[in-house]
Design a binder for this molecule. Structure first.
Ligand code: ADP
Length: 396
């Protein structure tokens, strides 16, 4: 069974075509600058890269180009569109409405549009992807998978905010959490690597990329996670501030004369590592600057690591212990220095690191010592395969 996995943004489409007999990737690529000048499709298949520069005014056009590339004589990997058996869509926010992935029908489409308010930047373009597939591949099943679903097992004490209860009832104001496909994938993989049953494990999964979040995964269920009502809460991220005193928001709005939109923009786009360092949102640049003695770069790294250590402590407490701490995504997979700094001072958990084993990038590795009570691991994430597995499970 071949599954096309789609992740649509407002001006982009990321895709992978997977053969689910062996979970191999047949082709993958990216459509960028939809509706803008310089639109381009970059398609990778059979070890080669193909670039298509064309006007791409809409997601429908972008998806048509992807399907043409997939079936192209030279760049293609399938003979016809009939070899795409299902499409799995990444949808950011499932709210309280979706506790599992679902097959898209008219009722689900109404449900999805009712969630636009909760994720106005992410859900509407992802919904456009579903409509585009309905248009271009009529009759092929669409499955909606959600970044929030993995965290639906959180108990109320972890997901409720101490705000007037009516805000939860009227608008669904609560913690949802995100990056669910990634936290789910690496937890399952950690159990396989450790040769243990996931049901018996207490894991802390650290997804550290442009957006970052931690999850406490007990027996395969996410019981807490650092992102909240939106992906703004929690850790220091590339450009997002993460946790702050909420009273800072009206204070800054008054002092700087900012509107709610402007302050939201400030917290999402001009804060985090970029705001604190004044250098870049990319941790490679910040690590480099810190090495050269830039103090604000060092401060940024210190705040980033300190907050992660705090969450690790909180989640070990929430689960009454921890068997494994897993690092994944751009920073987690590629920065030995970050992993070491995040795990420094955790001897109280019985964690012992093997610095030599930690010196890896982008590959699976256990980097704790054999006698460490907690396993420290690097596991490259694979959100696409998780979406494709869900799609196969739903389509049956
Ligand atoms: P996204 O959230 O966009 O999927 P990624 O998971 O690809 O992000 O992570 C991107 C981030 O990973 C970059 O912004 C960069 O800060 C970080 N990164 C990538 N390689 C390294 C590295 N070798 N050292 C430190 N950070 C890295």
């Amino acid at each position: 069974m071949n599954v096309l996995v789609l992740n649509c943004g407002s001006s982009s489409i990321k895709y992978q075509l997977l053969n689910m007999e062996d979970e191999s990737v047949l082709a993958k690529g990216l459509v960028e600058r939809i509706g803008l000048d310089g639109a381009v499709l970059t398609h990778k298949a059979k070890g080669e890269k193909h670039i298509y520069n064309e006007e791409i005014p809409s997601h429908v056009k972008g998806i048509r180009m992807v399907l043409n590339a997939l079936t192209d004589e030279k760049a293609g990997v399938i003979a016809s569109m009939e070899e795409i058996h299902a499409v799995g869509h990444r949808i950011a926010q499932g709210g309280d409405l979706y506790r599992t992935s679902v097959l898209v029908d008219n009722k689900v489409k109404c449900g999805l549009t009712s969630l636009f308010d909760l994720a106005p930047l992410h859900n509407p373009p992802q919904f456009k992807g579903i409509e585009a597939i309905e248009n271009v591949l009529p009759g092929v099943p669409n499955v909606a998978t959600f970044d929030t679903v993995f965290h639906q097992g959180m108990p109320p004490e972890a997901y409720m905010y101490a705000l007037p209860y009516e805000l939860y009832e009227k608008y669904g104001v609560r913690r949802y959490g995100f990056h669910g496909h990634s936290h789910n994938y690496v937890s399952k993989r950690a159990a396989q690597i450790l040769g243990r049953d996931l049901k018996d494990l207490k894991l802390i999964t650290c997804h550290l990329g442009n957006g970052s979040s931690l999850a406490a995964v007990k027996g395969g269920v996410s019981v807490d996670t650092s992102m909240g009502f939106t992906p703004l809460q929690g850790l220091v991220m590339g450009t997002r501030c993460g946790d702050i005193d909420p009273a800072i928001i009206p204070f800054v709005m008054d002092k700087e004369g900012l509107s709610s939109k402007e302050v939201d923009q400030m917290m999402n786009k001009q804060s985090g590592a970029l705001g604190l360092s004044g250098i870049s949102s990319d941790f490679r640049d910040i690590e480099e600057a810190a090495k050269e003695g830039n103090q604000r770069a060092q401060l940024t790294l210190d705040v980033f690591h300190y907050r992660i250590r705090g969450y690790i402590g909180a989640y070990a407490a929430a689960m009454n212990g921890v068997d494994g701490i897993i690092f994944t995504a751009g920073i987690g997979e590629n920065s030995p220095a970050t992993r070491e700094a995040c795990l420094t001072g955790l001897d109280y958990l019985g964690l012992k690191l093997d610095p030599e084993a930690n010196n890896v990038r982008g590959e699976e590795k256990v980097f704790s010592t054999a006698d460490s009570k907690v396993a420290a691991m690097v596991i490259p994430t694979n959100e696409e395969v998780e979406i494709a597995r869900e799609t196969v499970r739903i389509v049956g």
